[in-house]
Design a protein around this ligand. Sequence first.
Ligand SMILES: [Zn+2]
Ligand SMILES: [Zn+2]
Length: 510
Amino acid sequence: MQKQRLTAVYAAAMLRSIFALILTLGMIGPVSAEDLVPTPDLILSGTLTGADHQTYRELAFKVPARTKQITVAFSYTGQAQKSVIDLGLRDPQRFRGWSGGNKSEFTLSEASATPSYLPGPLPKGVWHLVLGVPNMRPKAEAAYEARIWFDRPAPSPAQPEALVWLRGDLHMHTAHSDGTCLSKAGKRVACPVFRTLEAAAARGLDFISVTDHNTTSQANSLKELAPYFDGLILIPGREITTFQGHANLFGTEAPLDFRLGSKAVPDFAALADQVQATGGLLSINHPAMPSGEVCMGCGWSLSSTDYGRVGAMEVVNGGGLAIAGGRADGLFSGIKAWEAALNAGFRLTGIGGSDNHDPGLDPSKPSAIGVPTTVVGAQGRDGPSILEAIRLGHVFIDVDGSRTLGLRVSARSGDRTVIMGDVLTVSPGAGVVITVAVAGLESPQIRFSGPLAEQIRAVAGTGAGEQKFELDKISGPTWIRVDVLAPDGRLVLIGNPIYLKPAGPAGVAP
Ligand SMILES: [Zn+2]
Ligand SMILES: [Zn+2]
């Protein structure tokens, strides 16, 4: 213990991190994902010796005010001599957990924590990383290093060249709100989060968002389940549930006051300001559902809505789909409300959500997990990339959650080609060629939507797999969109818009 030294190095100490990086590179060769991790705010390092055998040591560190997340990564040398260092944590008031020798990294926030640790407020002040030393041979030495981050940003993932198309469900409920299922004894009970993830994994989904009503208390269960469901990307979510409508907020666990119409949140702008502060993505749910005593606050009836501050709209809701006998363009369809916003000049991504309230539902039925499925073309296989793809509109909806149906739409004018969600600039007098490819469906019927839909003509001689269409000209900013119908006329795929705008000074973005 006499040899122990404690150093606190703040972010400004660049020299040290550069040295550490050189050391790491030298040891392991090519750049690993670890090297993409941002520089720690604090490093606690020192050496333990045989004198520390079966003792505890506390390393003090200061947590700044308003910290929302603490991450600790711990490493030490001497394993060859059977040296063992255990790990725990204390905040200024209470013990926050003990992971012994079973975790080298953990994270705590208000809503969730790595198993072994307790989520909750992160008070400013002096915290202690608690080291336990079950074994240290008399002559052994172990150098340890604890790297600590406050509000560590996610490492920026490597960007692949091509989009990866991922299938997921963006709306579901568990025991953390009104999700239920049958217990082992056959009683209807509040349904544990585990069952929802099992159903999503069984369906082969790539991502889900568990969106309980006005809470993120499910986040802690998700943190425990994430390593087990390693094929499933878990996107933080909640359903902001108000008297004037429901909207999902994706990508954040931060607290948010949902009480629209109260003094605290008088109107849509007050809600949108809060959303903006979290950095999350807001999506209006089931806009055309009825409101009132049939379904409290279900339809979107908020006249102060600025659609410029909304990222997406749930065009197909599993519950609505069930009521309409599986018809995505039937009763309670969100397509009309969506297209009205598009016609008003807003760029709004159409998505789907099962709104599942029971993961035991027959998987072929609407509102089962994955019915409908939202398919996104993302730059990476991670939550932030999926949300960015939704913001961009690189999305189509697979109404039945087929797993196999695919839709690619692109538009070309001059030498520019864009895909769903993008803006295409069209020169005066130039036409637009639209290419539509449908996978997994014999004889699909392609139907265009948008103000110019009736002026779009099929190009003769194309077909089978990929079909081409032409539009002669546009006269102002507009949008086009593709729906795909099965041979029986039922709507099975819903494409997002491509936005067209004239080149030149008149070409103000819609
Ligand atoms: Zn709802
Ligand atoms: Zn819901």
